[in-house]
Each structure stands twice: as structure tokens, then as C-alpha cells.
Design a protein around this ligand. Structure first.
Ligand code: KG4
Ligand code: ZN
Length: 341
């Protein structure tokens, strides 16, 4: 370790994962994530419980990230943290902790937009693995539990929203349907699992009418609820007997819908690189179909490693690394913002 090393501690606490990561001279050295199982029994994230769990987790998570990176806290050059968007109580835990730790170490702080971080998760580097990185300009489809956006990236910190959801996010469409089916939270990974051997053409759903490249998922959730209610009225064992096919058909519908606008974005921008980010990009069928989509459209596809798809602090430290080089530091008066833009 020498004084010239650029060591960034990243902290993420915007929803229900407490995470800390260390990036040294642009290379990821540790990425610790503590998931909060407490929400499973409620079928969704309970904000008050999330912020309490962040308070319990934040010290051990940061401590472990520092230990795993084989550094001392006194070596850290700057602290980057998510200031929004997200749950206010959860964000406040990370923001206050980051500010006080930076104050005690006398180092600068860097504020990171959570969505910007998902976009730049593609550029996380490990020393032992040479990644392929998307070339600018490229399109990124961010699909998470809170957001669904199609973004044009012209440079690391230069982005333009081409389209986004006007109501629910794609992840919510997965989670809410899973809840209707009686599955645990978060339902996305479970729908993915049950869909593996299901017939994706068995049940049909309709697409909403939304302008431009925007999305809407709230109608789909209602459509799904009415479909299940109607079928279980006729056959009380309908869900049990058809779970795999229901999951496969519903998942396939969401993917087709996501790709519909992605194709329009491609035609509009003429980009030849497509990336995906956010929790839903962990979906196995989405990844499979994206490869075909890339071939059909003569585009290169970029999917982050599974651990960088869902919420993590490595992506926060990654944005912190770029902003540190630009000396874009925040003042100690900065606070958390639940909604940005
Ligand atoms: O990015 P993320 O960890 O948190 C937010 O910023 O929202 O995304 C969480 C979302 C949840 O809705 C979860 O159900 C979904 O990502 N998800 C999946 C899969 N893994 C996570 N959805 C579908 N298939 C998956 N394999
Ligand atoms: Zn996220």
C-alpha cells in the first residue's frame, strides 16, 4: 500500500441489502452484501425493518469489506455512497455512516446515484479476469425492483434516458405476480426457477398501450390477478397443476415486452452494443433471449456478473472511482434523496 494508491470504499443501503466494497486503483478487492431475510414473511420490503437491519449490518459489513481487501481504514482515499433514489430511512443509514466515517478519517465523500451505479456495473474490473466492456455509445436496459429504464450512455458519466416505466418496475411485476401465486419475496428468482421446465406459450397476456419507449407494468399485474382468480374459480388446483407453465408464460411476456422497446431504441440510436443491468438481469431466460436478440440485430451483448446484477456496493465504488478521478466531491451538508429527477 502506498500513499498514491487510489482506494475507494463504496457503501450501498438504498433498499434491503447492506453492502460495502473496496476498489483499489480501479480493481475490485472486496464486495460484501448482507441480505435481509426479515422481509420474506411480509411478502415485500418493510421500510422501517429495512432501516433497522441496515443499522445492525453496516459496521460488520464495512469491517469485513476492509479486511477482505487487506487494507486498514486509514488507507481509504474517499468514501462513495448511494444518496438516492431509494427508501429514505435505508438511505439515511448509509449516508450518515459514510459522512461520519469520512469526517473521522478526514477524507472526501462522493455521492452516487444508485441507477448510475447499475449502469456502470459493466466496468467493474478484477485483476485475474479480463472483462469485455461495452464501447460508447451503448444502450443499457436497467431492470430492477424499483426501476425500468432504457438509457443511452455516451460516456461513463454522460447518460440520456430514452424510455422508462410510468408506474411499476419490471421487478415489481415479477414480485407481485409471485405473491399472487403464493410464492416468497422476492419472487423474481422463484418465477425464474419454476419457469425453467414450463411451457412459455401456454398462457397469453396483452401488452399495454404506452407511448414512445416508455413502459407500464401495473396493468399487467392486474391482468395476472384476474387471470388467476378466474382460473382458480373454475379449478381450485389450477395454480398447483400449472405453476411451471404460468411462470414460464408470464416471464416470457415480460421479456417480450422489454425487448419490444429495446428494439425501438436500437432502431432509433443505431447503437451496436447493448447492456443490461439491475436485479432482473439475473433472470436466466432474459439472458438466454438477449443472446438471440443480439444475434438477430447484429449487436454485441453485455451482461454483468450475477453478483453485480442485484444491489451491491462494488458498483457504487466503481462510480466513486470515476468521480474521484474528476475530484467531484460532496460537502458534509449533503443528505439522502428518496426520489431523484
Ligand atoms: O437491482 P435490485 O437488486 O434492487 C433494486 O434496485 O430494486 O433488483 C431486485 C429485483 C427484485 O424485484 C427481484 O425479484 C428481481 O430483481 N430479480 C429477478 C431475478 N433475480 C432478482 N427477477 C427475475 N428473475 C431473477 N432471476
Ligand atoms: Zn438496484
Amino acid at each position: 500500500m502506498n500513499n498514491k494508491d487510489n482506494i475507494i470504499l463504496g457503501i450501498e443501503s438504498s433498499c434491503d441489502d447492506t453492502s460495502a466494497a473496496i476498489i483499489i486503483n480501479g480493481y475490485i478487492k472486496s464486495n460484501v452484501v448482507a441480505n435481509q431475510d426479515i422481509h420474506k414473511q411480509y411478502g415485500g420490503v418493510v421500510p422501517e425493518l429495512a432501516s433497522r437491519a441496515h443499522q445492525q449490518n453496516i459496521v460488520p459489513v464495512i469491517d469485513l469489506a476492509i479486511k477482505k481487501a487487506k487494507i486498514k481504514k486509514e488507507n481509504i482515499s474517499a468514501i462513495a455512497f448511494t444518496y438516492g433514489p431509494g427508501l429514505l430511512g435505508s438511505l439515511l443509514v448509509g449516508v450518515s455512516f459514510a459522512k461520519s466515517l469520512a469526517l473521522s478519517l478526514n477524507i472526501p465523500i462522493i455521492t452516487v446515484n444508485h441507477l448510475q451505479a447499475h449502469l456502470l456495473s459493466h466496468f467493474i474490473k478484477t485483476e485475474d479476469y479480463e472483462n469485455q466492456y461495452p464501447k460508447f455509445p451503448f444502450i443499457c436496459l436497467t431492470v430492477s425492483g424499483g426501476h425500468t429504464q432504457i438509457i443511452l450512455l455516451e460516456d461513463y458519466l454522460k447518460t440520456k434516458i430514452l424510455g422508462q416505466t410510468i408506474d411499476d418496475a419490471a421487478g415489481e411485476a415479477f414480485d407481485k405476480a409471485a405473491k399472487i401465486l403464493g410464492l416468497d419475496y422476492p419472487g423474481g428468482p422463484l418465477i425464474d426457477k419454476y419457469a425453467t421446465n414450463g411451457d412459455k406459450t401456454k398462457f397469453k397476456f396483452t401488452f399495454p398501450k404506452v407511448m414512445n419507449l416508455d413502459y407500464s407494468f401495473s396493468g399487467l399485474k392486474t391482468q395476472f390477478l384476474y387471470f388467476i382468480q378466474k382460473e382458480t374459480k373454475a379449478n381450485p388446483d389450477f395454480v398447483q397443476e400449472n405453476l411451471k407453465d404460468i411462470c414460464a408464460s408470464y416471464q416470457n411476456h415480460i421479456i417480450s415486452y422489454l425487448f419490444k422497446n429495446l428494439k425501438k431504441a436500437l432502431d432509433k440510436t443505431k447503437c451496436k452494443n447493448i447492456a443490461i443491468a439491475g436485479g432482473v438481469s439475473a433472470n436466466s431466460e432474459l439472458r438466454k433471449q438477449l443472446i438471440k436478440f443480439g444475434k438477430d440485430n447484429d449487436c454485441k451483448i453485455f451482461v454483468p456478473k450475477q453478483e453485480y446484477c442485484t444491489d451491491n456496493a462494488a458498483m457504487i465504488a466503481q462510480v466513486g472511482y470515476y468521480l474521484f478521478k474528476e475530484k467531484q466531491f460532496a460537502s458534509q451538508s449533503v443528505s439522502a434523496i428518496a426520489r431523484i429527477g
